[in-house]
Write a protein that binds this ligand. Structure first.
Ligand code: FAD
Length: 147
C-alpha cells in the first residue's frame, strides 16, 4: 500500500505511507479536525475514528495496529499558545513587509512563513533563510554610521 490517500470521510484528510527504513510498516495522517473538536473528542475516540477510516480505506488489518501515536501540536505546552487553537489556514504569499519601524534595518526573519514564494513549506524555509542571510551580509558590509 505504498503511496498516499486523500479522504473526506473521517478525521484524516491526507494519509501517507510512513514505512520506516528498516521496513516496519506504518501509516501517517494529517488530522483535519479543529483543535477544540479534537479536545472535546479526546485522544481515545479520535484515534478510534482514525482507525475506522483506515479500515475503510485499507481493509480490516489497518484497524489492528501494534501501536498508534497521536501528536496534537496545538496542545503541546512547549510549542503552542492558546492562539494556536484557532485555525489560521495556510500562510499566503504577501508583498507586505513583516517588520516595520526602527526594527526594519536591524532584524532579519528567516522562518518559512515570511517567504514570498512558498510560505509554510520547506522550499519557503530555504527561500526565507537565503534572504535573511543576504540581508545580514549586506548590513555587515554596509559602511558604519558616522553618528
Ligand atoms: C507535520 C508537518 C508536516 C509537514 N509536511 C510538509 C511537506 O510535506 N512539505 C513541505 O514543503 N513542508 C511541510 N511542512 C512544513 C515545513 O516543515 C515547514 O514549513 C518548515 O520546516 C519550516 O522551516 P523553518 O526553518 O521556517 O522553521 P522550523 O523548521 O520550525 O525551524 C525553527 C527552528 O527554530 C528552533 N527554535 C524555536 N525557538 C527557538 C529559540 N527560542 N531558540 C533557539 N531555537 C529555537 C526550533 O526548535 C526549530 O528547530 C510540514 C510541517 C509539519 C509540522
Amino acid at each position: 500500500m505504498s503511496g498516499t490517500a486523500q479522504s473526506t470521510v473521517g478525521p484524516l484528510a491526507e494519509i501517507h505511507d510512513a514505512t520506516t527504513a528498516s521496513g516496519a510498516a506504518a501509516l501517517f495522517g494529517f488530522v483535519g479536525v479543529g483543535a477544540d473538536r479534537r479536545h472535546a473528542l479526546g485522544e481515545a475516540a479520535l484515534t478510534r475514528t482514525c482507525l475506522d477510516q483506515l479500515v475503510r480505506l485499507f481493509g480490516p488489518e489497518a484497524g489492528k495496529p501494534s501501536r498508534t501515536l497521536l501528536k496534537d501540536w496545538a496542545a503541546d505546552p512547549w510549542t503552542a499558545t492558546t492562539d494556536d487553537r484557532r485555525p489560521a489556514g495556510h500562510p499566503l504569499t504577501s508583498a507586505r513587509s513583516w517588520i516595520a519601524g526602527p526594527w526594519r534595518d536591524r532584524l532579519a526573519v528567516a522562518g518559512s512563513e515570511v517567504s514570498a514564494i512558498a510560505p509554510g513549506y520547506l522550499a519557503g524555509a530555504v527561500d526565507a533563510a537565503e534572504r535573511a542571510v543576504s540581508e545580514v551580509i549586506a548590513r555587515l558590509m554596509a559602511p558604519a554610521d558616522q553618528d
